[in-house]
Design a protein around this ligand. Structure first.
Ligand code: FE2
Ligand code: FE2
Length: 442
């Protein structure tokens, strides 16, 4: 791989606050979200200002979900910020994704949700012509995928899997044929090539393999296609998680997928990636810092993680609310227990080996901490840690249920081991960090 250095920022979910971001309907919607609509513009502006100050790196890549939900005014405001960043000397390459067009766009005013003007998919290439599309040496018109030579001898295959012309989150045969032609052309022209895609190609954590749109459809097929054609690196977003994964095809070729967090939310991170003359790729993760917001004395990171922590608990609360008749009573009982019960009480009830470190921790706290931790990457709950032992103990107690569920989750004859999937999701056992890592590329 030839040398190149760039910033990687994704899922900016920019929202123009003038449209309206207040009232009861807004607060209700945001209570369970991982990304922060009202703060998004301030986070984007402060991050772009910091990136603009770095004179070492002049390329910025943004793989999709640029706006909250495709509001035309959000696009216009974000584009103004992109022009400011460009004026600081950066070349910017974006792709668009599902949150950038098509869906009904909403704002929030006077305690209500109101519909606002959205964006037509076909208008996006022209709107972002100065941020990738105008520099493209090839564009796949149906999908808006494109190829750009981002620096001399290094081409970027920008794969757009959210278009009107193929199933969302998928790469169909026609699209792959077009990509193969571009990869072959890059080789012929003696250029290195890496790819970007909004959707992770490799499931970011093992349990995401069971979640429909957590990765590209038929991910093993797409990963093998890229790896076997010599594309060793792909940069992704969408799941708002910090993760780095390796995949080896049956022929033994490697694909590295660097999935980066949502910028305007928790984990609130972005990356700087440098590939040197010896093909050594250094991945550095950078925290979103103070973005000029009143955060009640918390740091930007503390503020973002606390909001997500509370959103996770609110989601559990929502799942344990509502229903009718006996279901309503059972949910109400479970909801009360959820808030009152400590880890120690669960350990006693299920006869799990007790651990002093967790015994007084309430379940909502534990659930929130585990959730935030998964998305921060570098899962800390590896074998032997208190949380690992607790979750492992519960899974052992309920292994008879797992054994019934696992066959139903099998796909293409591949067996599912839920216990190992869950434990490898809360603890990183890959041998390298999800945040700061180094790889030698081909
Ligand atoms: Fe997103
Ligand atoms: Fe997305």
């Amino acid at each position: 791989m030839k040398p190149v250095s760039f910033y990687l920022v994704t899922d900016t979910h920019y929202f123009e606050n003038e449209l309206g971001a207040e009232g009861k309907a807004f607060e209700k919607k945001m209570a369970t979200e991982q990304y922060f609509v009202r703060e998004s513009s301030a986070i984007v502006k402060s991050t772009f200002a910091r990136i603009g100050e770095d004179k070492e790196t002049d390329i910025v890549i943004i793989p999709g979900d640029l706006t909250k939900n495709g509001e035309i005014e959000s696009h216009k405001s974000l584009i103004k910020e992109l022009y400011k960043l460009k004026e600081s000397g950066k070349r910017i390459f974006v792709i668009t994704a599902g949150h950038d067009y098509g869906e009904i766009s909403y704002a929030y005013k006077n305690d209500e949700r109101i519909e606002v003007e959205g964006t037509d998919f076909n208008a996006l290439c022209d709107m972002y012509r100065d941020f990738g599309y105008g520099d493209a040496i090839a564009i796949d018109e149906p999908t808006h995928s494109y190829v750009a030579e981002i620096t001399k001898g290094v081409r970027m295959l920008a794969i757009c899997c959210d278009s009107l012309n193929q199933p969302k989150g998928a790469m169909d045969e026609r699209h792959m044929t077009w990509a193969k032609e571009q990869i072959d052309k890059a080789k012929k022209d003696n250029c290195s090539m890496f790819a970007i895609c909004h959707y992770p190609i490799i499931p970011s954590v093992p349990v995401f393999d069971l979640v429909g749109d957590a990765k590209i459809k038929e991910w093993q097929k797409v990963a093998s296609f890229l790896a076997d054609n010599g594309v060793e690196l792909i940069l992704t977003g969408h799941m708002h998680i910090q993760s780095i994964n390796e995949f080896y095809s049956e022929k033994g070729n490697r694909l590295i997928d660097i999935c980066t967090a949502c910028l305007a939310g928790s984990p609130a991170k972005y990356r700087k990636i440098t590939i040197d003359n010896n093909s050594v790729m250094k991945i550095q993760t950078i925290d979103v810092e103070d973005f000029g917001w009143d955060m009640n004395g918390l740091t930007a990171q503390e503020y973002c993680h606390k909001k997500f922590h509370d959103a996770i608990i609110a989601r559990v609360d929502g799942a344990l609310s509502g229903g009718k008749g006996i279901v309503k009573h059972l949910k109400s009982f479970a909801r009360k227990r959820f808030y009152k019960t400590t880890v120690g009480a669960v350990e006693r009830l299920l006869l799990i080996k007790r651990d002093e470190a967790l015994k007084n921790k309430k379940l909502p706290e534990l659930v929130g901490e585990i959730g935030v931790g998964i998305f921060l990457g570098d899962g800390a709950h590896t074998e032997g840690t208190p949380v690992y032992n607790f979750i492992s103990g519960i899974l052992r107690r309920f292994s008879f249920i797992l054994k019934k569920v696992e066959p139903k989750l099998e796909k293409d004859g591949i067996k599912v081991d839920l216990r190992s999937m869950l434990l490898n999701t809360i603890g990183n056992n890959k041998g390298f960090s999800d945040n700061n890592a180094e790889f030698t590329l081909k």
